[in-house]
Design a protein around this ligand. Sequence first.
Ligand code: EZ4
Ligand code: CO
Length: 392
Amino acid sequence: MHSASDNDWSAITTADDLVGLGDATVNDRELSVASYLRDHIAPLLIGRDPVRIENAWQYFYRGAYWRRGPITMAAIGGVDMALWNILGRRTGQPVYQLLGGRVRDHVTTYRHAFGWDLPALLEQVDEHLDAGYTHIRVQSGVPGLDTVYGVSRQEAYEPAGRAPRPTEETFDADAYVRHVPGLIAAVREHVGGDIALLHDAHHRLTGVQAARLGKALEPSNLYWLEDVTPAEDAEALRLVRQHTTTPLAIGEVFNTVWDCQRLIEERLIDYIRCAVVHAGGISHARTIFALASVHGVQAAPHGPSDVSPIALAASLHLGAATHNFAIQEYMGYPDLVHEAFPHAWTCDAGVLPPGDEPGLGVSLNEDLLRSEHYETAYPPVARRRDGTLTDW
Ligand code: EZ4
Ligand code: CO
């Protein structure tokens, strides 16, 4: 390789001037990954052979004494994506062909619907239904709470707010667990039996609270209940599993196969939600999904608006070529982001075709990006009524 990250963008340039884009964004810790890339990876990329993708992955993973963690793995992930991108451009093939070709006609997606109360929520649900979506994540306000994570009173993408420090909100697990089953039952009644409904609890419940919630949601026949307990606590999930048949999804905060090995091997979850960007790129997400396939767990990557169109493209190419890839989250982007990252993938009536351009099929509108500047943004911090912090 000729140079790496020698401009502001996450791009690798080969000696013969092929450019590969990657995404290494970790929401609210962006600059730490930029430093990791600039200070510790870019100098070591120079002179490497860009077609030896697996070799590069192994070098950056095993060659570092301090392994794993979101910063390291996103940095490796960005490089990995860029190298797959380069290989595609060099061979004229979309990345999904290089991964073995398509196993499915399309990658299904789900969209978010949120509303402070049921009528507002149903309005968004109806918009998604009208647009042809068949899978919808539903979130709402909770009586007695002023704010709820991921439920904006306005149009919203990722819940991070642009400010030098995070906002704070109060969370009450009992009020939440009392409210959600009735709310989702009402949504189920509204949409009928054929639409898949999903819900995300954002890691905030104990095992017992989560088990109760899962049980209470059974009549609503959820597609999944996501992040119902803190992801790192396997025994909490086991407790939930023992008490409910509501399908469980977890893993957006995992970075390596070792973070989720036990959950997968012991079948404590139904869906593994690692994002390609946060889990070491296409090469390592493929390892995670392969382990999942052995144990009856399906892949369903994280895809909020802080996962860029480049990383989404990487996920879609992998999804097209991965048998146990169930669904891709797609939160959508503001217009500015679509303009900044012109992309071959499309979103049409509930499916996300990766497009047939060589590589990942995403480019950068550098002029537009240069006119923007970086601002810190943080998701809110949540406290219980006594002031102690919740799990996420
Ligand atoms: O909390 O992207 O499933 N989606 C989510 C998101 C995440 C944010 C964190 O950066 O849970 O809203
Ligand atoms: Co989530």
